[in-house]
Ligand binder design. Sequence first.
Ligand code: ZN
Length: 441
Amino acid sequence: MTYVRKRKPRILRFMLLFIILALIIGMTTFGITRLFNRYPKAMMEVNESIKTAGNHKKRRSTTDTAYYVLHYPDTKFKNLNSWIASEMDTTMNTYPSDTEATEERHQIKQDYKSIEVNDQYISVQLETYENDVLVNKVSRVYDVEAQDFLKTDFLKDKAQRVINKQIRDQLGPNYNLSEITLDPLYNNLYLDNSNVEFIFFNEVVSFNYKDHPHYLNRALGDVEPTDDFIPSVYLDYGFENNKMVALTFDDGPHAVYSKQIMDLMEKYNGQVTFFVLGNRIRDHQENIREMVDRGHQVASHSYDHPNFSKLSIEQINDQLSKTEKEYEIATGMHDDLFVRPPYGLILDEQIKQLSVTFINWDVDTEDWISHNPTTICETALRDTADGSIVLLHEIYQESYESLDCILKGLSEKGFQFVTVRELLLAKGEDITGGGLYYYAN
Ligand code: ZN
């Protein structure tokens, strides 16, 4: 009796255990299934891009308006991880772009690629999709040695310009040029074993650095920099036949301001004309070469700034030929330089006897009187018209300080910044026989 009575509860206990186990398994499976079902299946999948740096992880959440599945690499590097995290925060704050309630939740998915290059660089690119449409692409290259993000200063200055031009050519005129400008601090890039990708507005411009070791100024991957010649290029995007102005700078070149002016002009995709003094060229040959390289016009302001109206034709010719000689020594090129007579002074009969293109101005910013950046800018903005030639000086800090204001103001009015030569040619002036010009019609 006791033996039989003992068996029944044991069977019951087994059955109870079985039911509990079945329930647990059932609920768990149901829970997992539910969890997966909460997110559309495609959001859980990633593309086949390389994901070799970091461990693949996912950040998931659901709101009233969207599902978020953000795939990302978890790396060994704190700075890199926090950049990734902050990008994901931004994504979740920015998307869905349309916050109006729709029947279905938007699907916000992030995919990525990641690679380690030569134990020194970790590249991560994050791509955000909203309902399968790419809405954002950002990249960083983390330099493990420097413990900082790589910037484009790994490229030589000239190479940056060459690549910059390539980028502009590739992306075309749909973009505002100042927004697709590669500068030494630009860091939206991705590096693998042979290419660097630059990202502008979600578009990728790829550059093969293995084929161009002479563009590098530091080793990248296993590529060592070399010293080969880089062809000169300037960022001339051409100009349309609408409003244009020629800014001119006298009395240089200058050790500091020449380059600063050129750097600023690059931001506005413009060129200027430098009326330089022959006796200053020898000490600033590099500046003269850079002016030519960067598409600016180098012109003559005499050798040592005499008043032409008091000189003989022979003396004027001597002033001009000595300056052209210095220009030739600096650049290796012979050119019939345009000339701005010192003080703007030259006699009609002198002009007739010389087949030289003389350039004065119609807009005098009076920078040489006021030395006040605000006044200089106001004058330039007030007096400049289509075809104007604007007088500035290269040697005053205040003139340089006024330049951004001038460029910004005139850009907003639709002006393009061209050289004097471009201005005269674009406006159909015949400059073959020389003459004196104050502006172009
Ligand atoms: Zn002068």
